[in-house]
Structures are given as structure tokens and as C-alpha cells.
Design a protein around this ligand. Structure first.
Ligand SMILES: Nc1ncnc2c1ncn2[C@@H]1O[C@H](COP(=O)(O)OP(=O)(O)OP(=O)(O)O)[C@@H](O)[C@H]1O
Ligand SMILES: [Mg+2]
Length: 477
């Protein structure tokens, strides 16, 4: 399977199936190793217990005769041989008796296996030790066999047979483990393949195909109607998202086509208006008093119409230029913007820049400048529109720093936003509530703030209008 950038997904080594089957087999083997040592210790303990039990039988036989030494070899030797023992010693209340195979030489030293201590850890360690080091040692098995009362029985025997039996047992366990791990891994793999991996592969293939051609409606996934699990939910959600994306793209394309047509019409319209403007300029020079009265209004209307056509063209042409962040001193940028917005040096309106010199933000200065100019222009226009009704008309730029965030405020003490502007706040071409307004200023401002990682909001205030610009700022800066 390939992605659009030609990257390989899945394949024999990195695929989900391979990872799953190796992980399962590995875990099963790990569990079996963990189980193997206790079970080997158990096997050894019961092997030794068996030998002690034969020793216990011997005790009962010995008890039946007055003197152990009198027992004939024909009885003692088969008894010892059945346990594989060289000798059996039993101790009871200060008395010690021994029977040994006829002619057997007693070893100078023997390896002790005390079966009275049944600590599992010790049993596991002893079993491992027998497996690794045993084979040609003599064992001294000590224990109290069931039914032998308080008699302590010791069986002396070579440990070769024990080790051989343990090796056979381990071999069997190993073979069984491999079979169990293999069979379990295959069964789980087959189940996972049909329940999980196959649907995931189907989803992946579908997503890749759809991504390459999202305008092809036949590529929208059809959810499997027989499923009712998480995969079904995922398939349904994917189908919904793809359907939404499909129709959104179509709508976008239509809008783009329309936009293009509007732009062409608008372009021609602007040229026609410009010609009309030239004519109206000439008309304005005529001496007729009627013409003199009407001409300024005509010129004004044409100016506004051209301005409108121009800003629509500009909006359509606007490139989504990526922000080029750099440290920006907000106070200085505030003064610059006020100048561009016609606020600085205004005969009536005062511009109050309260931002400290230390407020420096990492963003595109051109973008923030355009945002401030748009907001300041709006404030100026609103204050001019109510000329005289506001005492001390002022536009204030301020900043507030909190951990991880810097908030800029642009406030005025004008009339506040009219309802029409509030209802379509930040919506291009819709938000204007003033004669001659295009309704682009706030929409563009928000677009630029968002592109720089910030957020532009209108605050709820009782008087005037206050816009807040929030920018995340690293706390260490
Ligand atoms: N500070 C403000 N005080 C009062 N009303 C405001 C303020 N800022 C914006 N508005 C209102 O919001 C509307 C939308 O503003 P916006 O800047 O988006 O468009 P515009 O100013 O009408 O046109 P332009 O595209 O030329 O900026 C304005 O028409 C105005 O009614
Ligand atoms: Mg505006």
C-alpha cells in the first residue's frame, strides 16, 4: 500500500499483522518460561518424594523384623533397586538403621536434597541447579515420607536418573510450549486479521484513495452494515466526514467560480465608473448653478462607488501571505498605525497610547499594523459620525500581560457597534452598518490576527467599543 508521497505503508515487515503475530508469540513464550521453572521444580520435588515414599515402605518392612541386619539380601536389594537407591537410612528417637545394596561402597560426600524444607524459591533454585550441574553426583534425599510416623528417611542415590528425567520433562515442555505459542498466535492472528486488521486496511486504503481525489463521490466509504463495534463507528464517522468534505469542496468550487465572475464584472464596472468620474469632473466645471449644486454629490457618489469596487477587487486578490514573525514593539507600531488611520493629529479625537515600551510580541509587524489601522479607522469613523455627542472623544490602545498570554485592547468612547454590525461581526461584506462601508475591515482584521496565532474578540462594554487581541506569549520570554 502506498501513500500519496509514495511512502510505503504495511508491507511484510512493518505491517500490523506481522507486529501482532510476533508480539503474541513473544508474550506467550515469556509466560511459558515464567511457568516452566515452577513446574520443573514441582516435577523434581515429586520425583524425590516418590523415592522417599519407597524409603517409607522400607521403614514398615524393617519395623516388622526384630533386627534389620537379619534381613536377607534377596529382600533388601530389590527394595533398594526399585528406588534406584544405593542405601536407605532411617532415624528414629536416637536410633539409626541402614540398609545398603550388597557390596556397594558408600560415597565420601553427597549432595543434600532436604525435602522437609519446601520453600518454593529454594525448590526452583535447586531444580535449576540440578539441571545445570547435576548428572554425576550422589544425592542424599532427606524427608519424612507419609505414613512413616516421625521417622526421618534418607535415600542415597546417584542424581543421573533424576537429571535425565528432568531433561526429558523439559524437552517435552519446550515442544509443547512451541506448539501452544504457535497455535495460539495463529488463532489470535486469524481472529485479529478478520476483526481488526482487514477493516483497518480497508479504511487506510479508502482514506488514501479519497485524499488523492476528494471530488470523486464514489470513493466515499460505505460502512459495513453487519458491524456494530468501534470500527463501525469509525467507518460511519469517516463516511460522514467524507460526504461533508465532498459537498463542501463542490460548494467552494462553485463559490470560487462565482467569485471570479464577480471580480470580472467588478473590474469592468470600476473602469466604467472611472470614465463616469472623469466626465463628472468636467461637468463640475460648468457654470450652471444647478450643475454646481448637484455636481459635488455626483462626484462624491462616484468616488464611493469606485472605492467600493476597488476594495472588492483587493479582497479577491488578497494573497494568504504567510506571517513572517519578528519581535514587534507594540507601542511604536501603535503610533504608526494611528497616523495611517488618521487618528494622530486629529482635530477632535485624542489618541491615547498606554502600551508600555516593554510590550514586544513575536509576530508579523505588517499584519498587526493592518489590524490596528482597520480597528482605529472604524473607531475614528464611529466617533466622527457622532461628532459632538461624545465628550472628549478618545481612542485608547492598551496592553495587559498575564502568564502565557498578552492581550491588547483597542477601545473608544463612541456609540458602540450597532446591532446590524454585531449580528454579522467579522463576516466579510455583511458586517457594514455605515454608509459607504464595505464590511471588510473587521473580517480582514480577524483573519490576520488568527493567522498570527491570536484571537480577535469584541468585548462586552457599557459604552463605546472595545476589541481585544489575545496573543500567546511564551512565559520564559
Ligand atoms: N469602534 C466602532 N464603533 C462603532 N461601530 C463600529 C466600530 N467598529 C466597527 N463598527 C461597525 O462595524 C461595522 C463593520 O466594520 P468593518 O470595519 O468590518 O466594515 P466597514 O468599516 O463598514 O467597512 P470597511 O471595509 O471600509 O472597513 C461598521 O460598519 C460599523 O458600523
Ligand atoms: Mg472599517
Amino acid at each position: 500500500m502506498m501513500t500519496r508521497d509514495g511512502k510505503k505503508v504495511g508491507g511484510p515487515v512493518r505491517g500490523l499483522s506481522f507486529k501482532l503475530i510476533t508480539a503474541i508469540a513473544f508474550v506467550i513464550l515469556l509466560v511459558e518460561v515464567a511457568v516452566f521453572f515452577p513446574s520443573l521444580a514441582n516435577y523434581r520435588a515429586s520425583w524425590l518424594d516418590d523415592r522417599l515414599r519407597i524409603g517409607g515402605v522400607a521403614v514398615r518392612v524393617f519395623d516388622a523384623v526384630p533386627d534389620v541386619m537379619d534381613l536377607p539380601v534377596e529382600i533388601t536389594d530389590p527394595l533398594l533397586q526399585s528406588a534406584g537407591a544405593l542405601a536407605i537410612v532411617y532415624r528414629r528417637a536416637g536410633q539409626t538403621d541402614l540398609i545398603a545394596i550388597e557390596g556397594a561402597t558408600m560415597p565420601a560426600e553427597a549432595h543434600l536434597a532436604d525435602m522437609r524444607d519446601r520453600n518454593p524459591v529454594r525448590l526452583i533454585m535447586d531444580a535449576t541447579e540440578t539441571l545445570l550441574l547435576g548428572g554425576d553426583r550422589i544425592l542424599r534425599i532427606v524427608g519424612v515420607p507419609p505414613g512413616a510416623g516421625d521417622v526421618v528417611v534418607e535415600v542415597l542415590m546417584p542424581d543421573g536418573p533424576l537429571r535425565a528425567d528432568m531433561l526429558t520433562y523439559s524437552g517435552n515442555i519446550l515442544a509443547l510450549s512451541l506448539i501452544i505459542a504457535g497455535v495460539t498466535a495463529i488463532v489470535i492472528y486469524v481472529l485479529a486479521e478478520s476483526l481488526l486488521i482487514a477493516p483497518i486496511k480497508r479504511l487506510t486504503a479508502n482514506v488514501l484513495a479519497f485524499r488523492n481525489n476528494p471530488e470523486n463521490g464514489t470513493l466515499i466509504i460505505t460502512p459495513d452494515p453487519d458491524r456494530d463495534d468501534e470500527i463501525a463507528v469509525l467507518e460511519q464517522a469517516l463516511a460522514d466526514t467524507q460526504a461533508e468534505l465532498f459537498s463542501m469542496l463542490r460548494q467552494r468550487r462553485h463559490l470560487a467560480d462565482l467569485g471570479l465572475a464577480v471580480a470580472k464584472i467588478n473590474h469592468d464596472l470600476r473602469n466604467m465608473l472611472t470614465s463616469a468620474q472623469l466626465l463628472s469632473d468636467q461637468v463640475a466645471t460648468l457654470d450652471d448653478p444647478k450643475v454646481q449644486r448637484l455636481a459635488p454629490r455626483l462626484v462624491n457618489t462616484l468616488d464611493r462607488a469606485i472605492g467600493f469596487a476597488q476594495s472588492v477587487l483587493d479582497y479577491g486578490r488578497q494573497q494568504a501571505g504567510l506571517p513572517r514573525p519578528q519581535p514587534v514593539g507594540v507601542r511604536a507600531l501603535g503610533f504608526e498605525s494611528a497616523l495611517a488611520a488618521g487618528l494622530a493629529g486629529h482635530p477632535v479625537i485624542r489618541f491615547d497610547n498606554r502600551v508600555g515600551d516593554d510590550i514586544v510580541l513575536e509576530l508579523d509587524p505588517d499584519h498587526l499594523g493592518r489590524v490596528l489601522v482597520n480597528l482605529m479607522k472604524n473607531a475614528r469613523e464611529a466617533l466622527e459620525a457622532v461628532d459632538g455627542k461624545t465628550t472628549g472623544p478618545t481612542v485608547t490602545l492598551d496592553a495587559e500581560r498575564s502568564p502565557g498570554r498578552t492581550r491588547l485592547f483597542l477601545a473608544d468612547n463612541g456609540p458602540g457597534l450597532p446591532p446590524r454590525a454585531r449580528e454579522n461581526l467579522f463576516v466579510a461584506f455583511e458586517g457594514s452598518a455605515r454608509a459607504g462601508g464595505t464590511g471588510l475591515g473587521l473580517a480582514i482584521a480577524r483573519e490576520l490576527v488568527t493567522a498570527n496565532g491570536g484571537e480577535l474578540t469584541l468585548l462586552e462594554t457599557t459604552t463605546g467599543a472595545t476589541f481585544a487581541l489575545d496573543f500567546p506569549t511564551p512565559t520564559c520570554a
